[in-house]
Design a protein around this ligand. Structure first.
Ligand code: 6PG
Length: 259
């Protein structure tokens, strides 16, 4: 159970805020929420499309989803797996987001391989790989004309500098308004990335951040101040949800009075 749920607009962060004690209870809470979103999507549209986040925070969440009751309770054959970003490396590289997701979730649940759409971070021409992945999104997801393809859910993490996916401060990928996937530039290895762009993220039905740890408190404060890339995640018509543990939420002093 969440310690605190704050609906839209009553905290400095846009969207709905779900507060938990620590990273483990946060993962349990987020897993239940995702399972519910998936059930709704499958009941109404016969499938559930999700863009997985990379980094380390989501590992606990993915392990929760790969275990009971979700392992046996979720209609995995109706899931379509995409990625929010990928590092420029081989898929079996320890830095690969695809490898992390495979080890913690995709290799443990019965999602048909044809429903897993990997970003080709190993491609020698990342610009071409970005265009190729954008075409996959357009083929696999609902979209009208020149509007962005619509994912059911985009999962995001938050870097200490306020980046999300591979949209880093001061980089060209942040400026893209007419493409769904771009080449990102990280300020740590591997520098070259593939990333969903803001139009692709903001077209989703749901966007959910999963942020844990005291080292993210300052980044959360900067998101609330509107000064970092993650501040620009504002779903056009979809819902934004922040899953925070208490340590990360300490970046929002206003919250301590709300508890
Ligand atoms: C990546 C992620 C990135 C990540 C944040 C937070 O490829 O690294 O997509 O955006 O979500 O950097 O990473 P941690 O969860 O490891 O703190």
């Amino acid at each position: 159970m969440a310690n605190l749920v704050i609906e839209n607009g009553t905290t400095p962060l846009r969207g709905r805020l779900v507060l938990n004690d620590d990273a483990q209870t946060l993962a349990v809470e987020a897993a239940a929420w995702i399972a519910q979103r998936a059930a709704e999507a499958i009941a109404t549209r016969s499938s559930f499309s999700i863009a997985l986040s990379g980094g380390s925070t989501p590992k606990l969440l993915y392990s929760c989803l790969a275990a009971s009751p979700y392992l046996e309770g979720i209609a995995w054959d109706r899931w379509k797996i995409f990625f929010g970003d990928e590092r420029a490396c081989q898929p079996d590289d320890p830095k690969s987001n695809f490898r992390m997701a495979t080890e913690s979730l995709l290799g443990k649940v019965p999602i048909p391989a044809r429903n897993i759409f990997r970003m080709r971070g190993e491609a020698p021409d990342l610009g071409h790989a970005a265009a190729e992945y954008a075409a996959i999104l357009e083929d696999e997801l609902p979209h009208v004309g020149s509007t962005p393809p619509r994912l059911d859910l985009v999962l995001l993490g938050l870097g200490e500098n306020g980046h999300t996916a591979s949209l880093f401060p001061g980089t060209d990928a942040l400026l893209v308004t007419d493409r769904w996937v771009a080449v990102g530039l990280a300020d740590y290895e591997p520098h070259q990335r593939l990333t969903l762009t803001l139009p692709a993220i903001n077209a989703a039905r749901d966007v959910a951040f999963l942020v844990a740890g005291p080292e993210k408190a300052n980044a959360i404060a900067n998101v609330a101040a509107g000064s970092v890339p993650a501040s620009r995640v504002e779903p056009e018509t979809g819902r934004l949800t922040w899953f925070l543990d208490t340590a990360a939420a300490s970046g929002l002093p206003e919250l301590s009075s709300a508890e």
